[in-house]
Ligand binder design. Structure first.
Ligand code: GLU
Length: 276
């Protein structure tokens, strides 16, 4: 059975881009007589705002969607810590104390999401106390051998997790011992997600997730990275660039079902286009 999910982080209100993402995931499940899950990705301690989860549910109901909610990330901290301990025990993680500024200064290669970490701390024996832990991608790939994954829109992919550099799997702050990559990979497996649906902006992350699935012996889903809604400058929608929130639209009395119908039919609001 096809199981999809919408996995918003309660760091800020949802906007039209999120609505589109939720509708895509919802409809892919509906069209295949599958299940559509909602998971609140609330491990970003400093930025997470608990009250937003309730707003998200109200937004999805307003859009006319139905979903099953699965446990939020904050309930799964122990599973993330176990997985990190396993990878550490296998010698695949190394502590890193570099700051963002140090990495930007030392990096010589730009990856899909910014400067590629130049492995400064690899083999350096940094003090692990309070450090972040990075995955040694080269060593991990040496052990797994070549990997591939399948995206419904982009087709068969050779996994290239090295493109973004060694990712942080365990963050510096002990309160949230997992990064997005580790948590989302474990959660999608735990929730039985078979079709990982999300925007093209997260396409590079899927290379890392495919590697983590292999290392942690998790099932391998299929992916569906959908096109992003873009503003009049060709940039992806963001609250900070003035995209009105779904909550604002809902509270202003706009018809949510009509908005969903319009997005389904490709009738986009003025100034908004669909990227590749
Ligand atoms: N929580 C992530 C976000 O809000 C999305 C996670 C995912 O779809 O993999 O950007």
């Amino acid at each position: 059975m096809t199981v999809t999910r919408f996995a918003p982080s309660p760091n800020g209100p949802l906007h039209l881009g999120h609505a589109f993402s939720a509708i895509v995931a919802h409809d892919l499940a509906r069209d295949r007589a599958g299940r559509f899950l909602l998971r609140i990705e609330d491990i970003d301690g400093a930025r997470s705002r608990a009250e937003l989860a309730g707003e998200f549910r109200a937004d999805l109901a307003w859009l006319g969607l139905e979903w099953e909610e699965v446990p939020a990330q904050s309930t799964r901290i122990a599973a993330y810590a176990d997985a990190a301990a396993t990878l550490r025990g296998e010698g695949l993680l190394y502590p890193c104390r570099c700051t963002r500024a140090e990495i930007a200064a030392a990096a010589t290669v730009m990856g899909p999401d910014g400067p590629v970490y130049p492995r400064t701390c690899r083999g350096r024996d940094a003090d692990p106390e309070g450090a972040a832990w990075r995955l040694d991608v080269a060593e991990a790939m040496r052990r797994t051998g070549p990997l591939s994954w399948f995206d419904e829109r982009a087709g068969e992919q050779v996994a290239r997790p090295e493109l973004g550099g060694d990712p942080v799997l365990v963050r510096k702050d002990a309160e949230t011992p997992a990064s997005y990559h580790l948590a989302v990979t474990i959660d999608d497996a735990a929730d039985g997600v078979t079709l990982v649906t999300r925007g093209m902006d997260l396409f590079p992350a899927s290379h890392v997730h495919r590697l983590l699935q292999e290392l942690l012996e998790l099932p391998v889903p299929v992916w569906h990275h959908h096109a992003l809604l873009l503003d009049s400058n060709g940039q992806k929608l963001a609250k900070r660039r003035g995209s009105p929130s779904l909550a604002d639209r809902r509270l202003s009395g706009e018809d949510g079902q009509a908005l969903t119908d319009a997005l389904r039919e490709g009738r986009l609001p003025a100034g908004i286009t669909l990227g590749e």
